[in-house]
Design a protein around this ligand. Structure first.
Ligand SMILES: NC(=O)c1ccc[n+]([C@@H]2O[C@H](COP(=O)([O-])OP(=O)(O)OC[C@H]3O[C@@H](n4cnc5c(N)ncnc54)[C@H](O)[C@@H]3O)[C@@H](O)[C@H]2O)c1
Length: 279
């Protein structure tokens, strides 16, 4: 991560949903946003405050207020924005860095999903963005020109078998971002998703075969995989005024992975395998 501050977020206020521990993408986003001069609240489900180390992050970010909120619950979200408005007045950014699939966790194959869990996946990982923006609008907490960023993955467009129902959730998440982007543009409010490389976090490493996915992406991407710290530096540009005309986009932050077919490194690996099997 850049150690230098560009002052990109001086005077901006917001909320960051989803830091659990220092591996979390949202944790790194919080550190980068603080470095750039923002003030913000940090939110997660209550149990994450017990399991994780979020209080430590709050201290590192100038004693940021911690707000417990289940992002799949509209009342919780409305209360969160009410509290935020009392603390800061209107805000300039929201970061949605939330994802969870019981089917992925429990390694259910896509052909045999548990449908209650499928609902949960879509509710927590995608509809939560809808609920979040709807609640923010209801509470009138967003300044004109605000920026909303949610984290996505290329599984929305291409199939990575063990990503299972999370692919559907990410496709829905990206669509929700476009829908709100279209509706909020008149107020200069931007809504984008950032499609990040595989990253070694609690959610990431819960995917079956994650290490293989990670190595494959590393070998395909010309710039190599983007880390959570890299992602944080990118996200702060999207929260800043410098990207004021960027909206309704799914922005790949993946070292070039999404534009590649195959790389020399993978060709060489397959060629060596072929040679050893056909001496
Ligand atoms: N790790 C990766 O490989 C990767 C790649 C691309 C995109 N992403 C996305 O990045 C985002 C952040 O994930 P991460 O990799 O930092 O993992 P993480 O496990 O650190 O973060 C996921 C967070 O979601 C929170 N969460 C779960 N249910 C919630 C609920 N009902 N309400 C509020 N919060 C809830 C968890 O407590 C946790 O803090 C997710 O959207 C994830 O899909 C991750």
């Amino acid at each position: 991560m850049s150690s230098k501050s560009y002052g990109l977020l001086e005077g901006k206020k917001g909320i960051i949903f989803g830091p659990l521990d220092e591996k979390s993408i949202a944790w790194q986003i919080a550190l980068a946003a603080y470095r750039e001069g923002a003030r913000f609240a940090i939110s997660n489900v209550k149990v994450a405050f017990r399991l994780g180390t979020v209080e430590e992050l709050a201290k590192l970010c100038g004693n940021a207020p911690l707000i417990a909120c289940d992002a799949s619950n509209s009342e919780d979200l409305e209360q969160t924005f009410e509290q935020l408005k009392n603390e800061y007045g209107k805000i300039d950014f929201i970061v949605h860095s939330i994802g969870m699939s019981p089917n992925v966790r429990k390694k259910r194959p896509y052909e045999d999903l548990n449908y209650d869990w499928y609902h949960k996946t879509l509710d927590v990982s995608a509809m939560s963005l809808h609920r979040m923006i709807a609640a923010a609008l209801k509470k009138d907490v967003l300044n004109d020109g605000a920026s909303i960023v949610a984290l996505s993955y290329i599984g929305a467009q291409r199939i990575f078998s063990t990503y299972s129902d999370m692919s559907d959730a990410k496709a829905l998440l990206e669509s929700i971002a476009r829908n709100f982007g279209a509706r909020l543009g008149k107020r200069g409010i931007r809504v984008n998703t950032v499609s990040q490389s595989p990253t070694k976090t609690t959610a990431g490493t819960g995917i079956e075969g994650f290490d293989a996915l990670y190595d494959f992406a590393e070998k395909i991407s010309p710039l190599g995989n983007a880390t959570a710290e890299d992602c944080a530096d990118y996200v702060v540009t999207l929260l800043s005024d410098l990207t004021r005309k960027v909206t309704m986009q799914n922005l790949y932050h993946d070292g070039g992975f999404s534009s590649m077919g195959i790389s020399d490194e993978i060709i060489e690996l397959l060629y060596q395998k072929h040679k050893s099997e056909n001496p």
